[in-house]
Write a protein that binds this ligand. Structure first.
Ligand SMILES: [Zn+2]
Length: 483
């Protein structure tokens, strides 16, 4: 099987030996051949054929560099290592993605790998994956030096929220989006004469190869391509975010849409689902005998008329009380019963840690019932710290009055992916800034002013907790009718 793009000399000592779907580039040096990315399993065969067709010996491949760990760049590596004994390189954060080989070298940011007369600058440009690296090196052709550059992970598609839901075990953070933007900005300062993609469509490999040797100018040399390409990468991430906050806006029934039924009760949750919400928000506290129950207030008075607080009673004792609102009453449910009843549904859950020191137990319950992919654990910064430490695979979001740089820095440091300030503190500019940093954004509006609520949708946040979901249903419907 010869590749669907015949192997060719791209410029100087740089060759193309990949396929349309997975680019592999070959550097020919006095210290052996260097392969950049391998590709799908079946690419091992076409790379071997390509290298031989170009008149080189596969056995001379001494180094295999990978832009990132995804299978379409690394799956052929194990076989090629078996055939050549080549040394392999990868960003260490990406080890979780690869199979069949153990990297010999992990890059560090700014590494210059010298092989023969070629010096390859390796820049850590995370986003597409945690351990994405981009390469820069010079080639010489007709007495001229050209700077060759790559963006090791240019696609934003793997940063979609849907992708996270379907690849929960990969433990990908929304914050990778922020890193993706940062990487793009950083790459803009590199000068690139010859842009090579790690997928052939990025730099139109096939189309350009057709004209190699047919004109006096090498079609791959074009210093104007690099920046617009990076701009397109940024735009595609922007579009994904814009689209998500329209098509996947989460209307969280606040305490189970407490404008309609006794808050945080099964009655309220069922009613909210009936109303058609796509998310449920609830609060977790712990009883005297260690049972996680759903209850908001620090005392029982307002909702049950009883004295004391949740932690003063055993679960059995609490079962004698009811939450009374809107002329209805229902008992205080456990978190476990809630998850059993609703966890299987296609909903997003915002589960708030409402008491110090119970984050671990809540996280364990979420993991036990395998609802992590559709859950965001929320709470104060303090209450989220032990969730992060104990179960870093879970998404967390910080409830706060306002947002400032110090808070954002701490959230990034801790890997907390959501920032949920008071609605009045969110402006379109703020939302955009937070999205660019990678955060999931939603406001909270305790007073329930319809104007404030509708504004949260209009300015492009990702969701809202709401006592009266019907306000948003109506608003979104009228917006869609306008559009
Ligand atoms: Zn990839």
């Amino acid at each position: 099987m010869i590749s669907d793009i015949a192997p060719f000399k791209l410029a100087g000592n740089l060759y193309f030996v990949g396929t349309y779907k997975a680019s592999s580039h070959l550097l020919v040096t006095s210290e052996g051949l260097v392969l950049m990315d391998t590709g799908y399993d079946y690419n091992a065969e076409s790379i071997k054929e390509g290298i031989e067709a170009l008149g080189f010996d596969l056995k001379d491949v001494k180094h295999i560099l990978h832009s990132h760990g995804h299978y379409d760049h690394t799956d052929a590596t194990a076989e090629l290592v078996r055939l050549t004994g080549a040394k392999t390189y990868l960003g260490k954060e990406d080890v979780k993605y690869i199979k069949g080989f153990t990297p010999d070298v992990y890059y560090t940011d700014g590494d210059v790998i010298r092989i023969g007369e070629t010096e390859i600058l390796c820049l850590h440009t995370p986003g597409h994956t945690e351990g994405t690296y981009s390469f820069f090196f010079n080639v010489e052709e007709d007495g001229k030096i050209y700077r060759v550059g790559t963006f090791g992970g240019a696609s934003a598609n793997q940063l979609k929220k849907d992708y996270y839901r379907n690849h929960f075990a990969e433990n990908r953070s929304y914050l990778l989006r922020g890193q993706f933007y940062n990487s793009i900005e950083r790459l803009k300062s590199e000068h690139v004469d010859i842009f090579i993609g790690n997928h052939s469509w990025q730099n139109h490999t096939r189309e350009k190869a057709e004209f190699l040797g047919k004109t006096d100018k090498n079609p791959f040399v074009d210093p104007t391509e690099w920046l617009p390409f990076l701009e397109r990468c940024r735009e595609s991430m922007d579009k994904i975010t814009e689209n998500e906050c329209r098509t996947q806006f989460v209307i969280y029934a606040h305490r189970g849409a407490c404008g309609h039924a006794p808050e945080n009760t099964m009655m309220a949750f069922y009613n909210a689902v009936r109303m058609g919400v796509n998310g449920i928000e609830t609060d977790v506290k712990k009883t005297k005998d260690g049972v996680l129950v759903l209850f908001h207030d620090s005392t029982l008075e307002r909702l049950t008329g009883e004295e004391g607080s949740i932690s003063d009673y055993t679960y059995e004792e609490l079962c004698a009380f009811t939450v009374k609102q809107h002329g209805m009453e229902d008992k205080i449910p456990t978190l476990e019963d809630f998850i059993k009843a609703f966890g299987w549904r296609d909903l997003t859950f915002a589960i708030e840690v409402k008491q110090k020191g119970i984050g671990k137990e809540i996280a364990d319950m979420i993991l036990k019932y395998d609802i992590g992919a559709k859950t965001i654990v929320t709470g104060s910064l303090e209450n989220l710290k032990d969730v992060r430490a104990h179960a870093p695979i879970l998404r967390t979001g910080c409830l706060t009055k306002d947002v400032d740089d110090a808070l954002l820095a701490e959230l990034l440091e801790l890997g907390i992916e959501g920032v949920y300030p008071m609605a009045k503190n969110l402006t379109p500019e703020r939302v955009k800034q937070l999205h660019r940093m990678g955060f999931d954004v939603r406001g909270w509006a305790t007073m329930g002013d319809p104007e404030v609520i509708c504004n949260m949708y209009d300015i492009g946040t990702d969701g809202l907790t709401i006592n009266h979901p019907e306000i948003l249903f109506e608003h979104i419907q009228s917006k869609n009718a306008e559009a």
